[in-house]
Design a protein around this ligand. Structure first.
Ligand SMILES: [Zn+2]
Length: 446
């Protein structure tokens, strides 16, 4: 695919393909949450490909028609065929091709192939889910899924909700913020009291709210959560390190949401920024690493000027005792990210999602990372899909290829010998995240 066949690449690739993996970022909760799809086109365009389909001049209603899990394949096919031909060479589409080939045994997209795929969809069951992850050699999954289902955070904290053995959950901070990113968040009365209920409290002040959040984070850690995932608003995140003015004056209840309508952007930003820094202090006190989004965003109509992790510099400078795991390779701002990772002892590079955003960029970034960044600071893979394990497995094949390609290139240039290349791959894919997130697995040697 990316690397010309060569004896060095073939040897490294074969050994990288056999390494066990700690998957640093998914949105997986277990087989019960696997999307049930009875129609093959819908089954083959799960996940990110829909963004490319829309980008390739597909109107949203047509996409909805294609995504219908019960639709009529014969009717969908002429529409889908035309759109597929417009976007079949992107890395998102490559995931679909790998699923088509490796899960369903079909070499190419055609109506006949789709009919045969349709006959196999009933076998997408719990055993299929586990088999996909086993065959991909995914040892552990760090999953960002807590609080996605109503009441599951409260149940998790009480020990009533559990996840599969392979899954380690992250604490999702966006729900604890006041600027809305999800339907549930602390932007209004209900959202605040929902978090209060998780800590058996009725919230009447900002101080009580913060105490509840701290208790939730501490209890989640006690139940097995291994870190925090959040998203910094890249522009001017460090503006508000103390309480916003209205909250300093008067009573502590002065500026906290009541049943009145919630405030939005930009009114809520000072409070949101204050909460962000407070949560970083909680992460420090609880020794929880923080996963931060950088670079490209899911979906479409996103702003490239907001994406650069360079805007996070003040966060990395301020919270020096927090370990930050920076996501997605900061695409397309590679140089800025390499600077940050090289420069800040509290920042690590997490390649989740990156090999299917841009595999050539990922390959170049990893190659340059070897010569610029201590290799213990790279976390090699995160699928970043929902409960569609065949997609994560296909993504991992691309990621292993990207890693082998970058390391083989350095071996062929004489920078690394092949044993060193394999040792780096094992660290990237397993040993580094194992240590960074304190997962307690036995380290691997390739
Ligand atoms: Zn994600």
């Amino acid at each position: 695919m990316l690397h010309k066949p060569s004896p060095v690449f073939d040897r490294i690739s074969e050994r990288v393909a056999a390494l066990p993996v700690i998957d640093c970022h998914e949105h997986m909760a277990g087989p019960a949450f696997m999307p049930v799809v009875h129609e093959p086109i819908a089954a083959l365009i799960l996940g990110y490909l829909s963004s490319d389909l829309i980008s390739a001049y597909t109107d949203p209603d047509t996409l909805l028609m294609l995504q219908d899990p019960e639709g009529d394949t014969e009717k969908k096919w002429p529409v889908f065929e035309a759109i597929w031909k417009r976007t079949e060479h992107t890395a998102y589409a490559r995931v679909t091709r790998l699923v088509l080939r490796d899960v369903y045994g079909e070499a190419a997209m055609s109506l006949a192939a789709l009919r045969r795929v349709g006959e196999q969809l009933a076998a997408r069951d719990a055993a299929f889910y586990v088999r996909m992850l086993d065959e991909a050699n995914i040892h552990l999954i760090l999953s960002d899924v807590l609080h996605w289902q109503p009441d599951d955070l409260r149940q998790f904290l009480r020990g009533e909700k559990t996840f599969p053995d392979r899954v380690r959950v992250m604490i999702q901070l966006p729900f604890f913020h006041v600027v809305k990113e999800h339907d549930i968040s602390a932007r209004d009365w209900e959202g605040v009291q929902l978090i209060g209920r998780c800590a058996d409290r009725h919230i009447t002040s900002l101080d009580e709210y913060l105490q509840a959040v701290y208790e939730v984070m501490a209890q989640a850690k006690a139940r097995g959560a291994v870190g925090v995932r959040t998203r910094a608003r890249m522009s001017g995140r460090c503006t508000m390190m103390s309480r916003p003015g209205p909250m300093r004056s008067g009573s502590s209840t002065a500026c906290w949401p009541t049943r009145a309508p919630s405030s939005g952007w930009p009114d809520a930003k000072p409070l949101d920024d204050f909460l962000f820094h407070q949560y970083m202090r909680f992460a420090r006190e609880l020794d929880l690493p923080v996963q931060l989004h950088t670079g490209h965003m899911a979906g479409i109509y996103n702003r490239v000027d907001k994406a650069n992790a360079a805007h996070l510099t003040t966060v990395l400078e301020l919270h020096q005792q927090v370990r930050f795991d920076l996501f997605h390779g900061n695409w397309p701002y590679m140089d800025d990210l390499l600077f940050l990772i090289k420069n800040y002892p509290n920042a690590a590079l997490d390649c989740c999602w990156l090999p299917i955003i841009d595999p050539l960029y990922a390959e170049e970034m990893l190659e340059r990372a070897v010569v610029t960044v201590p290799h213990v600071k790279v976390h090699g893979f995160g699928g970043d899909y929902v409960d569609a394990p065949e997609y994560s497995a296909a993504h991992l094949k691309i990621a292993r290829h990207v890693i082998a390609s970058a390391l083989a290139d350095l071996a062929e240039r004489g920078w690394l010998d092949e044993d060193a290349a394999l040792s780096i791959a094992a660290d990237w894919l397993f040993n580094n995240p194992n240590q960074f997130f304190r997962l307690g697995c036995e380290p691997i040697t390739p």
